[in-house]
Design a binder for this molecule. Structure first.
Ligand code: PEP
Ligand code: MG
Length: 551
């Protein structure tokens, strides 16, 4: 048995086989080849094979994801028949006497760059498809089994790290646990692991490719993974898993009960979601609404910007499923660690301080309007609130509201139905906390994003695992900013909630309630434990364990 330790981000026990996610080694033979006919034939055979693969994928995806989503594979097959691309590749083989792999890399990359530089957003997004096809052809040439991660049985995922776009593509029905070498507590990968509710460890330095296929236990309580566990460990962990199940069953008693303290103070407990797929968890855990719908995950799912209609359907399904409960949908928070190729954002030295969220939306007005129109149309189907992320100034809030009004007028003229809605902002920058009074006059609610608020206040990159020794999640500066935001909100008669990860920190629940917080929005799994905590608090008594003085 091998035991490796890390940091636990989701408690619980997972027992099953490991699958290691490896970036394949696509090193290329750069030597000269006299037998150019043989290399051309290898290239032609590889292309034919990839066309077959794409056609197969098209048929498979048509069954599981519908015709529209499957179309991309048809387009891929057509792209591989492009004469220019074929001629360019064969020319490199014949004239430069290079291997098929070398020629594919040169010609496909060159064509992808041409697309990348096109002004038309749709065409420039096609560069990502060419890179995908380049890898697919190289995989055939190099004998890499690119389909090896298409799994059909439960697995614990082991990887160096995961990008949010990779995480959203995992089969949530089969994924039992996540173990990564990198990662940090408030990275979006960690947040997704929480929302998927599987035991997860980050910063496990000793992961190994040789674990692939082995049976393992992820112990989210002791922050470790046992690979090839001994029968004794297996028995002990199975007992622990059973105890977990019983505890979960006890929490079920809180379904339908009020989130109210002993002295009668009520707080709304909402859930955070990434899309309609999380709605069953919202219901199962009896959340009183959705306090943060991270709409950008709708954007991360595809390889082109979702249309107004696609977005409308996603928002409408959430609103209808939960009506009359409130659903707070945050406008697109792309940028920083959440990148999509089709936006063609320039690489930045400091992406977390860069072109992200509301900054992208205010700059690319048509892109923003597509989302706002979809939201306004969806508002007819439930209790919607729209929330703008990363606000640092009153000017940004006013500009966002102006574009929203423009969309409202357009839709009215088109005769579209719309419902009432609240407009709020995230308080996730120190600037917003400091000017909270000015902002509160212009919106209906605040929701505090403690993940970014902590990152920007303490100057600690939330993606950088090495900085965790310096991270004090209960830092008085952050707690003071939260109090400032709550007080400012109440001075102006609006409500204030928390939707960052700190909202689920049971050690701070009493502190937040004493500040007067109106709503806590947490991952669905934390709703019932939080309700239990709230129901045990008596605000008429002095706070027993005072948090560090933050006033
Ligand atoms: C936050 O910053 O606390 C937040 C809720 O937004 P995200 O984690 O998606 O950046
Ligand atoms: Mg944030």
């Amino acid at each position: 048995m091998v035991v490796a330790t890390g940091k636990s981000i989701v408690k619980g026990i997972a027992i099953t086989k490991i699958r290691v996610l490896k970036e394949p080694d696509r090193r290329i033979d750069e030597s000269l080849h006299e037998d150019t006919d043989a290399q051309v034939k290898r290239f032609q055979d590889a292309v034919a094979k990839v066309i077959d693969q794409q056609n197969e994928l098209y048929e498979r995806a048509k069954e599981t994801a519908g015709e529209k989503n499957a179309e991309i594979f048809e387009v891929h097959a057509m792209m591989l028949e492009d004469e220019d691309l074929i001629d360019d590749t064969e020319e490199i083989i014949r004239e430069q006497k290079r291997s098929a792999e070398y020629a594919v890399r040169e010609s496909f990359t060159a064509q992808a760059k041409v697309f990348e530089e096109m002004d038309d957003a749709y065409l420039s997004a096609r560069s990502a498809d060419i890179y995908d096809l380049e890898n697919a052809v190289l995989d055939v040439l190099l004998g890499i089994d690119s389909d090896s991660f298409a799994l059909d049985e439960p697995f614990i995922l082991v990887a160096d790290d995961l990008a949010p776009s990779e995480t959203v593509k995992l089969d949530k029905n089969l994924l039992q646990g996540i173990v990564t070498r990198g990662g940090s507590q408030t990275s979006h990968t960690a947040i997704l692991a929480r929302s998927m509710n599987v035991p997860a460890l980050i910063q496990v330095k000793d992961i190994s490719d040789s674990w692939d296929g082995k049976t393992a236990i992820v112990d989210g309580y002791q922050s470790c993974i046992y690979v090839d566990p001994t029968p004794e460990t297996m028995e002990m962990m199975m007992e622990r898993r059973e105890a977990d199940r019983k505890e979960q069953a006890l929490l079920q008693d809180l379904i339908g009960k009020e989130s109210r303290t002993v002295d009668g103070t009520a707080v709304r407990i909402y859930a955070n979601i990434g899309g309609p797929a999380d709605l069953p968890a919202v219901k199962e855990n009896d959340a009183e609404g959705v306090g943060l719908f991270r709409s950008e995950f709708v954007y991360l799912n595809g390889d082109q910007s979702p249309t107004e209609e696609e977005q409308f359907q996603a928002y409408k399904s959430a609103l209808e499923a939960l009506a009359p409960k409130q659903v707070v949908i945050r406008t697109c928070d792309i940028g920083a660690d959440k990148q999509v190729d089709y936006l063609n954002l320039d690489p930045e030295d400091n992406p977390a301080l860069g072109f992200r969220a509301i900054r992208i939306c205010l700059t690319r007005k048509e892109f923003f309007k597509t989302q706002l129109r979809a939201l306004l149309r969806a508002s007819a189907y439930g209790n919607l609130a729209i929330m703008f992320p990363m606000i640092t100034s009153l000017k940004e809030l006013m500009a966002a509201k102006e574009i929203l009004e423009e969309c409202r007028t357009e839709l009215k003229n088109e005769g579209q139905e719309m419902g009432n809605l609240e407009i709020g902002i995230m308080i996730e920058t120190p600037a917003a906390a400091l000017i909270a009074d000015d902002l509160a006059r212009q919106c209906d609610f605040f929701s505090i994003g403690t993940n970014d608020l902590t990152q920007y206040t303490l100057a600690i990159d939330r993606q950088n695992a090495h900085l965790e020794p310096f991270l004090d999640t209960h830092h008085p500066a952050v707690l003071r900013e939260i109090k400032m935001a709550v007080d400012a909100a109440h001075r102006h008669g609006i409500w204030c909630g928390i939707c960052g990860e700190l909202g689920a920190d049971l050690d701070l629940t009493e502190t937040f309630l004493r500040m007067g917080i109106d709503e806590l929005s947490v991952n669905p799994k934390s709703v019932l434990p939080l309700r239990k905590q709230v129901r045990g608090i008596d605000l008429s008594l002095p706070q027993e364990e005072q948090e560090e003085d933050f006033r």
